[in-house]
Design a protein around this ligand. Structure first.
Ligand code: SF4
Length: 352
């Protein structure tokens, strides 16, 4: 069943710290926190427009939900809990800080019907967390994930490549550590420079340089690949495109792209093609036939045929022919060369 999320933004509500990269008011376009009545109206207005055959969730984003006093949490959750009880929606999810999770908080969430919690983790490198003024360390993440998993709540991690002080070594450490926590899913949001943040000031002073789009795509692709190879679902790479993010006065710099997820998937296809070439291609060969699922066509080719151009140049291929073939599974490639046929998928890319 297709998912549909009814988002409820609570910009900075409950936040104990001002993280250097964050300005939820600019990202969400919501200037004031919602009331319980508004939550109720939002849910029922959306329900009237949704195909009811979908899996529908109400999701509270943009703040530190579980840092709010319990009575406020329950007030905001009440309309969603009612909709859950009467069968209008299927689940409630919320995002919060890792250091605002304990057994009592979880018990209350379960009473209100919450079944999915997303933790704003960003990095598991303590040096990076300190630079981002997160106010918690990686141990808080380990503790929160353990408690959530023990309680049966589905737990997801939000990670942000590109924070100050992060390099490839730090990123790989974060990914490896995140895998040991066995989250149910991960979201990957490369850092962008939002107006009216400490990061924007650092950027204007020349003390912070965001990742280029190419660097952000490469890091996100690495993360997605490794998580998926470990059976951990990556439910999003890059922020959801919106009028607020398209506005240059809100996003000052950084790797924002309205189709960021597509760029990441396309880069992964390039890694698959390059992985095949490294493992199977012989220097004497010249022609390659690439069969892919019809829905993967643009991702396999890359923007402006970039993947194929790069591949043919790097490996001296005189002719690469692509065929859309519905017998090939989505995300896989069937590669014909020198009379042989090789099935290649993400799991065959060797990652460190
Ligand atoms: S990242 Fe999360 S905790 Fe930090 S300021 Fe933004 S909403 Fe608050």
């Amino acid at each position: 069943m297709k998912h549909y999320i009814i988002p409820v933004f609570i910009p900075h509500l409950g936040c104990l710290h001002q993280c250097i990269f964050c300005n939820q008011k600019k990202i969400t376009g919501c200037q004031t926190p919602v009331t319980a009545n508004q939550v109720s109206t939002m849910i029922y207005e959306r329900l009237n427009t949704i195909n009811q055959k979908r899996w529908i969730e109400v999701a509270f984003y943009g703040g530190s939900f579980t840092a709010l006093p319990e009575n406020i949490q329950n007030e905001l959750l009440a309309p969603a809990s009612r909709a859950l009880r009467n069968g209008s929606i299927h689940a409630i999810r919320l995002s919060t800080r890792p250091d605002c999770i304990n057994k009592d908080i979880i018990a209350n969430l379960i009473r209100q019907g919450v079944t999915i919690v997303e933790l704003g983790v960003q990095s598991l490198d303590n040096h990076v967390l300190t630079s981002a003024r997160r106010g918690h360390d990686s141990q808080s993440v380990t503790n929160a994930v353990k408690l959530l998993k023990e309680s049966g709540i589905h737990c997801g991690l939000q990670l942000m490549p590109g924070l100050p002080g992060e390099d490839w070594v730090s990123l790989i450490k974060t990914v490896r550590q995140a895998i040991t926590l066995h989250p149910e899913f991960v979201r990957i949001y490369p850092v962008i420079v939002i107006a009216d943040t400490v990061l924007a000031r650092l950027y204007s002073q020349g003390s912070y340089q965001p990742l280029s789009l190419e660097q952000a795509v490469a890091r996100s692709a690495y993360m997605k690949l490794v998580f998926e190879q470990q059976g951990i679902e990556v439910i999003r790479t890059g922020l959801q495109a919106s009028a607020e993010l398209d506005n240059k006065t809100n996003v000052i710099s950084g790797p924002y792209h309205p189709a960021f997820g597509e760029l990441v998937d396309s880069y992964i296809f390039y890694l698959m093609l390059a992985g095949f070439m490294e493992q199977k291609w012989r220097a004497s060969e010249e022609k390659l036939i690439i069969r892919h699922h019809p829905q993967d066509c643009s991702k396999v080719r890359g923007q402006c045929n970039n993947n194929i151009n790069k591949l043919t140049a790097a490996y001296n291929i005189t002719k690469a022919t692509l065929y859309a073939d519905s017998s090939v599974k989505k995300g896989c490639l069937l590669l014909e060369h020198h009379g042989r046929v090789v099935l290649f998928n993400k799991n065959l890319i060797k990652c460190i």
